[in-house]
Design a protein around this ligand. Structure first.
Ligand code: HEM
Length: 406
């Protein structure tokens, strides 16, 4: 039996509840937010450590280190939460590839969770220790955490990349004909792809610092000089970062398998052009440019990257006869409706309320009193949560009663 037939047989016989392209689109979209927080966290953590070791060069470095330690602390939790959505969508349309890859490196897939927990605990230790006049040895925890986060990124990369190489699965499963069920190896790493994706952490913290300086500009209790320091540093990091990331991106582009046609694919080159455009823009950025615009530009780059990863995946799997559009569809309107209303209602409204509240309250010095519009948004968020819980329970109970008693 050829591996293409194996993959199609391994699909979930229950099928998917709506057209597969819908899940593909959602997977691309939601991954952008996951990787944005991966980049912000890694960039903020690395700069927090660098600034920690430069504290004797000035008070601003110490302040920056403490601020970025907090950013990375929150960033880890958000990258985890935001990783769940693309993980679910991958498992819906690419379940044969994702599970095969995870099983082939089972110890790493499980080790990923433990290393993430240990890394996060180390970062918290650093966070508690990183205050004015902190002892130098506190930095050790931060280094361990950063190393473990990079390892987790590498595991994620290997799991993603191994899923694209089904013709090698049998060699990994039974090298030389002898079955190896240990799952103890990371079988395939494409270094340029991994280094490129991780290198984007550098410009990410750069554009973040530009937005950070803009955000606190309205606060009288924040020194103008500190904001100017953060903005100038951000601009330098963003310029350098986009420049540096172009190198592994070009290498990745030129090592694409020649038969796949990926080397000349327009989306790959669009990504190269987007990086180059950001580099030029960041270099020429003036004080007149709104501080949030570079973040929007960065998100645009990530959207092209997310699309490019999917183009690469489709091109790798096509020769084996794997095409998501042939996935069995069993349309299930109630669950699709529940999903989208949760996405828009709970995700949009409740998430939107939290974001608005945090954004507004941080711009005010001292106690924040919610404006009328924010208070109304809060009431609407509570109402939608109550409705959501009621619908969720009613739906579940109806199905349970129907299946058990009718
Ligand atoms: C410090 C922790 C993490 C880091 C540094 C990280 C980094 C990465 C990187 C670099 C990729 C792209 C790999 C590639 O395309 O070659 C990726 C993909 C992905 N990550 Fe994470 N990640 C982390 C944690 C998580 C967690 C906790 C989840 C899930 C809850 C998650 C879900 C995903 C998913 C679903 C993908 C896409 C897989 C695919 O499309 O095949 N990640 N991550």
């Amino acid at each position: 039996m050829d591996i293409g037939t194996v993959m199609n047989t391994m699909r979930d016989p229950a099928g998917v509840p709506a057209h597969p392209v819908l899940f593909q689109g959602l997977m691309i979209l939601t991954w952008v937010f996951h990787i944005a927080f991966v980049h912000l966290t890694m960039g903020a953590a690395a700069l927090a450590i660098y600034a920690f070791h430069r504290r004797d060069k000035g008070e601003y470095w110490e302040r920056l280190s403490m601020a970025l330690t907090k950013v990375a602390k929150v960033g880890v939790s958000l990258l985890i939460v935001l990783g769940v959505a693309p993980l679910l969508f991958t498992q819906v349309i690419y379940d044969p590839q994702w599970y095969a890859s995870n099983v082939l490196s089972g110890r790493w897939a499980i080790g990923f969770i433990f290393t993430l927990i240990i890394g996060y605990c180390c970062w918290f230790t650093f966070y508690y220790a990183n205050h004015e006049g902190a002892k130098k040895h506190a930095g050790v925890y931060a280094w361990i955490a950063l190393a473990l986060f990079f390892l987790d990124g590498l595991i994620m990369h290997a799991l993603s990349y191994q899923a694209l190489l089904p013709d090698q699965w049998m060699n990994w499963y039974a090298p030389g004909g002898i079955v190896d069920t240990s799952g103890s190896a990371l079988h395939a790493i494409q270094w340029p792809r991994y280094i490129f994706i991780m290198s984007l952490s550098l410009p990410a913290v750069g554009v973040f610092l530009i937005a950070y300086a803009h955000y606190f500009a309205s606060r009288a209790d924040r020194e103008q000089e500190y904001q100017a320091f953060a903005r100038a540093l951000g601009q330098r990091l963003a310029t350098w970062g986009f420049g540096v990331s172009l190198v592994p991106m070009l290498v990745w582009q030129f090592i694409q398998p020649s038969a796949s046609g990926l080397m000349l694919h327009p989306v790959g080159w669009l990504l190269v052009a987007a990086l180059a455009a950001m580099l030029v823009w960041m270099k020429r950025l003036t004080a007149a440019t709104h501080g949030y615009l570079p973040v929007l530009g960065g998100l645009g780059v990530l959207a092209v990257l997310a699309l490019w990863r999917e183009v690469v995946r489709v091109a790798h799997l096509k020769p084996f006869g794997y095409d998501i559009t042939t996935y069995t569809v069993h349309v299930d309107w109630p669950s699709t409706l529940l999903f989208f209303s949760t996405f828009v209602g709970v995700g949009g409204l409740v998430g939107g309320f939290y974001l608005t509240l945090l954004y507004r309250s941080g711009r005010v010095q001292g106690l924040y009193t919610a404006e009328r519009s924010v208070a109304r948004l809060g009431t609407a968020a509570v109402a939608i949560l109550v409705i959501w819980i009621a619908v969720f329970l009613a739906y579940g109970i109806t199905i349970w009663v129907r299946n058990s008693f009718v």
